[in-house]
Design a protein around this ligand. Structure first.
Ligand code: SF4
Length: 269
């Protein structure tokens, strides 16, 4: 078998593994092959130029895997989070570009349900634009998508929102009130890991296609993502988020994993 045939066979096997991940989710500590399999599926979705909203669709895949993973390995901790409890939705939140495009697409669709309209979101997003994590602390400025203390874009919310699961309501209130920044809040390690496991293959797929990996503050990022033709422009290599300070980079160890996966994706072709 030639090298080319071997690569194609390997890619096919990884794609099948990725499809299994889409059906069954990922464990808390997945094998590198499983992450690579999911990355192969995501790279395929992001490279399909027949699909105009392929960045949003990649985010949908990631969210689906997160939800299946979280359901198949539920936390043993007593999670305090409930609908109608929106304390954490008054803090600094970031999202990757595909996740921002997904929210923008949903907001602009007729099916956006109880979400505020585009103009209202832009107005509300302007109140958090340019504020960093510490500047948001204790200011009680709600996320642009928070309506009646519930997320109006719950199905499309970013992985960062999915991963925050508090076991201590009092700590959330302390942070909301500006008394104790990230004080004694105990969040479930499980959901943090699931979110990381889903973001890594997405970021590797983006890197393998020379697309930006950065995350942005949700309000500022959403304002850019709601611009006309923003997703198509970003996919074509234009800097849709120009002038917006990216969220802090992933830890070095995570960057190395992303780089390794991206390199493997490029080698597979
Ligand atoms: S996107 Fe939704 S869950 Fe996330 S901070 Fe905003 S309102 Fe809360």
């Amino acid at each position: 078998m030639s090298d080319r045939q071997q690569r194609r066979q390997k890619k096919h096997q990884l794609h099948q593994l990725g499809e299994t991940v889409l059906k069954r989710g990922l464990p808390q500590a997945p094998a590198p092959e499983a992450l690579l399999g999911l990355a192969v599926v995501l790279r395929g979705a992001l490279a399909d130029t027949n699909v105009g909203d392929r960045a949003s669709r990649a985010a949908e895949i990631v969210h689906k895997v997160f939800e299946i993973s979280a359901k198949s390995t539920p936390s043993k901790l007593d999670i305090a989070c409930r609908k109608g409890c929106g304390y954490c939705c008054h803090t600094w939140v970031s999202a990757t570009a595909p996740e921002l495009f997904l929210i923008a697409r949903a907001l602009q669709s007729a099916n956006s349900g109880g979400a505020p309209g585009r103009a209202a979101v832009l107005d509300r997003a302007g109140k958090t634009a340019g504020l960093d994590i510490t500047q948001r602390f204790g200011r009680k400025i709600p996320c642009a998508l928070l309506v009646d203390d519930a997320c109006s874009m719950y199905a499309e919310r970013p992985t960062v929102c999915r991963q925050v699961t508090s076991t201590e309501l009092a700590a959330c209130i302390d942070e909301y009130e500006g008394r104790d920044f990230n004080g004694d809040m105990i969040v479930s390690r499980l959901y943090l890991d699931h979110a990381r496991n889903c973001r890594i293959p997405l970021q590797a797929a983006l890197a393998s296609l020379d697309l930006p990996l950065a995350s942005y503050e949700l309000g500022s990022g959403l304002t850019a993502a709601l611009g006309p033709g923003a997703e198509a422009a970003w996919l074509s290599g234009r800097d849709t988020f120009q002038g917006i300070t990216p969220a802090p980079a992933e830890p070095t160890q995570i960057q190395q994993v992303i780089h390794r996966l991206a390199t493997a994706l490029v080698a597979l072709g």
